[in-house]
Design a protein around this ligand. Structure first.
Ligand code: ATP
Length: 314
């Protein structure tokens, strides 16, 4: 029976600005999303028992139907019932490498890989925009994860505009294994503290505000100017997460002592990354951070900014 192996890269946020409330209960955002080489691997194959079955090598992800991998497969079954009847069920094996609940879109990229994998298994021939439309039904970060690379994301994160990303840029990424930040908590707290300053007339003001703020970093990216990108990085959620999670603040302060271009929390955290000029610099910073914080609970990776999302490797 045919099987596919897919690579599902994580993402970081180079920029995250909360613009205001939307009528659908989500926040209106302006973000710059960036794929990184750190990735999960997913194997997907048909079975003849008309079931979706999941295996995973990590104890940290839920194995019930709340797993985004299941939810993505379920969505394909409900959208394409005839193909499900023809090709049978799907066995999915998830090799988890991306830290869980880290602000790195780990579950989202797995879900994106399942959409791409089932499209291939069932020979549906969906276009990228059809896959992105399906992805938007599952979660805000999932459309980006399909094509990945570097993109401006607006709306609730699902409206994408691709950018030509930075070449040859590395990051050091650190996350305390046992530390999780709830994304809904982070947004709710931000709203309660800063909601008064939200822009009310989103339709008219989003474009203008984005042009003023995220415009600088977009220009720096298109000029391939990594140090200016680092200078213009921004994440509104740091304002609520850093005061509540001193380890995250401490990580940022530790990174800032070394020869990096800039440091930022990714998404709602608690991952923190430092943009570095070269792989050697990044490896050096990793050693320094490890020496400074020998705590085995702290995971540290050196990884690279990449220009793609889901890849089919075999
Ligand atoms: P985002 O950056 O999109 O907010 P995240 O990186 O913060 O996501 P995930 O790793 O996707 O967070 O995990 C968020 C929650 O989703 C976890 O608490 C986990 O229990 C659940 N989850 C469901 N499916 C998965 C999956 N395939 N991989 C990881 N977590 C999953």
């Amino acid at each position: 029976m045919r099987s596919y192996t897919l690579i599902a890269p994580a993402k970081i946020n180079l920029y995250l600005e909360i613009i205001g409330d939307r009528d659908d209960g989500y926040h209106e955002l302006a973000m710059i999303l960036q794929s990184i080489e750190l990735a999960d691997q997913i194997e997907i194959e048909s079975n003849d028992v008309q079931l979706i079955r999941l295996r995973c090598d990590s104890k940290e992800v839920p194995m019930d139907r709340s797993n985004l991998v299941y939810r993505a497969a379920d969505l394909m079954v409900s959208e394409f019932p005839d193909s499900f009847a023809t090709y049978g069920g799907v066995d999915i094996t998830l090799h988890k490498r991306i830290p869980v609940a880290a602000g790195l879109a780990g579950g989202s990229t797995d879900a994106a890989a399942v959409l791409v994998g089932i499209d291939l298994l069932w020979k549906l021939g969906l276009t990228r925009s059809e896959l992105e439309e399906l992805a938007a039904k599952l979660g805000s970060d999932i459309p980006f994860c399909i094509g990945g690379g570097t993109a401006i994301a607006t709306g609730r994160g699902e409206k994408l505009s691709e950018l030509l990303g930075l070449n040859n840029t590395y990051i050091v990424l650190a996350k305390y294994r046992s530390l999780e930040v709830s994304t809904p908590w982070a947004y709710k707290t931000y709203r309660s503290l800063y909601g008064d300053a939200y822009i009310k007339d989103i339709e008219n003001l989003t474009a203008r505000k984005n042009a003023v703020h995220s415009g600088d970093i977009v220009k720096a990216i298109s000029n391939q100017h990594a140090s200016q990108v680092a200078e213009k990085m921004h994440n509104d959620l740091e304002k609520v997460v850093l005061p509540e999670y001193p380890q995250v603040l401490k990580l940022k302060e530790s990174f800032a002592k070394y020869d990096i271009l800039g440091t930022m929390m990714s998404g709602s955290g608690p991952s923190v990354f430092a943009l570095c000029e070269s792989k050697d610099k990044a490896e050096e910073v990793k050693i320094n951070i490890r020496n400074e914080i020998p705590d085995p609970d702290l995971e540290i990776f050196v990884t690279k900014l990449i220009n793609h999302g889901i890849q089919v490797v075999s």
